[in-house]
Ligand binder design. Sequence first.
Ligand SMILES: Nc1ncnc2c1ncn2[C@@H]1O[C@H](COP(=O)(O)OP(=O)(O)OP(=O)(O)O)[C@@H](O)[C@H]1O
Ligand SMILES: [Mg+2]
Length: 260
Amino acid sequence: MIAIKNLSVSYSAGLMKKKRRSILEDVSFDIQDGETLALIGESGCGKSTLAKAVLRLIPCDSGDVRLNGVNLSQLRRGPLRVYRKDMQIIFQNPESALNPRMRIYDSIAEMLRIHRLCAPRGQDERARVMALTEMVGLGAEHLRRYPHELSGGQVQRAVLARILSVRPKFLIADEPTSMLDVSVQAQILSLLRRTQAKNRHACLFISHDLDVVRIISDRIVVLHEGRIVETGVTDRVLDNPQHEYTSSLIRQFSQGYVEG
Ligand SMILES: Nc1ncnc2c1ncn2[C@@H]1O[C@H](COP(=O)(O)OP(=O)(O)OP(=O)(O)O)[C@@H](O)[C@H]1O
Ligand SMILES: [Mg+2]
């Protein structure tokens, strides 16, 4: 349902505007409804760049992204806004995802207001925010608070409530638990799995933690210096890697010095 085809991205290199540095080259893959595809690769290989390019938060040199057959690369701003609702992202650093001057309640309700899903500040809005808060396991007492008054895990739950309020068809999780304690990590991951089982959205899960990847993903894409070097069903890729780079990633991980 989400199909990425021949995506290439470059950034301008240095002061010379014309000089470009290629970050992603000819990246193609697709993800079905209800499927989780893990994107792995060492720090700097282009994982977050790919996430931003897929959501059209940064321009691409070439290639296209299709959601249920609709080519998002060709949409103008107005129609694109409709599709933006269907594609949401959770970032590595939860604090930066919420407006520090907004109470948690308003951060969650804001999405409903932006996308006109219910009357602003009414009974229905309140009921929906409460239901979402309960779904992600965040106590209602946190709704009056500001992001800095919550723990990292609580903020990530609030971020998830905000995102799930619009029922996205496609969710990107860019190292969503790497800033959290191990115990909180497990809770957030199980929450992600439960909501996906319920909503059946497609998920691109970016991580350098192969233990997490094994539990959460159906398939894996391995990115090396902006190119896909291997892709396949999770257990096959991790137990029987075909590419030397994948083997070296797995080796480094088992020795505990992969930095992501
Ligand atoms: N806005 C930008 N302008 C220029 N170069 C950038 C920009 N953003 C990222 N880069 C470069 O692009 C490359 C890929 O960065 P990216 O953030 O996609 O890596 P990553 O795989 O997500 O790494 P990590 O695992 O550390 O998060 C890096 O070399 C980075 O320095
Ligand atoms: Mg990154």
